[in-house]
Design a protein around this ligand. Sequence first.
Ligand code: 3PG
Length: 205
Amino acid sequence: MNTLLEKIKRLKVVPVITINDAAHGAPLAKVLMENGLPCAEVTFRTPAAVQAIKNMRAAYPDLLIAAGTVLTTQQVDQAIDAGVDFIVSPGFNPKIVTYCQQKNVIIIPGVNSPSLVEQALEFNLTTLKFFPAEASGGTAMLKALSAVYPVKFMPTGGIGLNNIAQYTALPSVLVCGGSWMVPNSLIDSENWDELAKLVAEAANI
Ligand code: 3PG
């Protein structure tokens, strides 16, 4: 397995972050680094994402950073320029996958059906996001998919403290993604202490 994927596997969960103010990047990275989750999937759902990633990377060179919700090749370029370690997309877009492979950056695209897994296999991708996890059948769907396909999944979407153990118990699950430990309201209000508690709790699963 690729070294980066090995590192991801060692994490309990990948925090999925939506950031409104790029200045929050470095303090949030500090919370993640100091509380046992040295990884951030920063979603390209806000204009602040690119600069937030740059700020995180400058402050913590060892933080694993993904660009999430990547929908265009332009965003792939912006993410690489900002210093991400890998790219995540919610769906399987062959154009994005091809572009990332040309750029030699790891892409973890989203899938939630046998047909999409097979499309991903055509691109030699065997680590896939399972999104939206709960809405797509949750662990029952994952078990059915992994009985057929030699792939590892990063389930995301609807996962929290109440159900993460059901996912991490599956051998096909590399790591889970989730946003519950990095809620927007706490980031916007700069409540780093409360965020630290939630991140530490998630890291101790
Ligand atoms: C994602 O982009 O991966 C999801 O929005 C995260 O899902 P969650 O908010 O249900 O954890």
